[in-house]
Write a protein that binds this ligand. Structure first.
Ligand code: FMN
Length: 315
């Protein structure tokens, strides 16, 4: 998730567990071959076998609209160490869409096909190529055509965010579509959209008949959600993380960001507030803390209050 789940957060979330894979923020490809530094900035894991520190494979995501340039950049990503590449056809941002990348391409299944096929051809067979789509731009009319275009281009699997671009992030996601598309495809479909709790996971699984799931905001709202979901698969019951444990992870995130040489306090503060704004949907303690710190400008004060909050409920 762009601006939310960077390599530090991927490290912390996969360390908690439950993930088979994770995906980077998108690398925006416009008209040229990007220098290695851009790939390394978005995916520092490239230098470590494309895995998080806890050993979870990391897929590099590309976003762009020109098949040949996407192919060239995919090749470069693989030379730098990428082991799997995902193509973003779902980003709703006006800037991205004005540059002919992301969800705007859902209006043109032929382009979805040519971009995916060009990237597939450009890299060795052992590199998994996948694509992430929404159900369409403003209607669902082309949902099946777009999914079939991805399959026809020899992608290894497809992720479907069960909304159109115009749906934005409005609740509820249209899980019924996931089952329909899944039935029509031979490649695996990864279900995505509004899986923010174990109950939602169970309902999505029931409605979609899917076996693979991607968490978006749910991963940051409940940092142990993937672990809880994977425990169901193994018929295990696990203790949910308590607030003091979650707060300790947020503190670790703050510390990891501060180890970066050019990192400004303002940015760290923004990211901590952002995470608490997600966490407050699940943890009352986060809601309380967020209301205290939302107007604050001093990282040191927020640091102090966060540590104080993390000691509540601890035995
Ligand atoms: C702030 C934000 C940034 C996102 N960035 C990306 C991105 O870089 N690549 C991507 O494929 N999806 C991105 N998404 C979409 C999510 O991956 C996911 O498809 C969407 O939020 C629906 O799933 P959810 O309801 O579980 O969040 C982003 C979503 C949000 C809210």
């Amino acid at each position: 998730m762009e601006g939310v789940i960077d390599h530090h957060m991927r490290h912390l979330l996969t360390r908690i567990g439950g993930y088979d894979h994770c995906v980077t923020e998108f690398v925006r490809i416009s008209e040229q071959l990007l220098p290695p530094v851009v790939f390394h900035r978005i995916c520092p894991e490239l230098a470590h076998g494309s895995q998080t520190k806890s050993g979870t494979p990391v897929t590099l995501q590309l976003l762009g609209g020109a098949p040949n340039v996407m192919a060239e950049n995919a090749q470069r990503a693989v030379e730098l160490g990428a082991t799997a590449i995902d193509i973003n056809f779902g980003c709703p941002s006006r800037f991205t869409n004005s540059k002919a990348g992301g969800a705007i391409l859902l209006k043109e299944p032929e382009r979805i096909y040519s971009i995916t096929a060009a990237v597939r051809r450009a890299v060795p067979d052992e590199i998994a190529i996948s694509a992430k789509i929404r159900l369409g731009y403003d209607t669902t009319d082309l949902a099946m055509d777009n999914a079939q275009a991805v399959e026809a281009a020899n992608a290894s699997f497809i992720t479907v965010h069960a909304r159109t671009k115009v749906d934005g992030y409005h609740y509820p996601a249209r899980w019924e579509w996931l089952g329909k598309i899944n039935d029509a495809l031979a490649i695996p479909l990864v279900a995505n959209g509004d899986i923010h709790s174990v109950d939602e996971f169970l309902r999505c699984r029931e409605m979609s008949n899917c076996e693979d799931f991607m968490l978006g905001r749910g991963a940051v709202i409940q940092p142990d959600l993937a672990r809880k979901i994977s425990a169901i698969q193994f018929d295990r019951v696990i203790e949910p993380m308590q607030w003091y444990e979650v707060a300790a992870v947020v503190i670790k995130m703050m510390e990891l960001m501060q180890t970066e040489p050019a990192m400004q306090d303002k940015k760290v503060l923004g990211r901590i507030k952002q995470w608490l704004a997600y966490l407050k949907r699940h943890y009352p303690e986060a809601a309380l803390l967020f209301s205290e710190i939302r107007g604050m400008k001093q990282l040191s004060t927020v640091d102090y209050l966060l540590r104080l909050s993390s000691s509540t409920g601890k035995e």
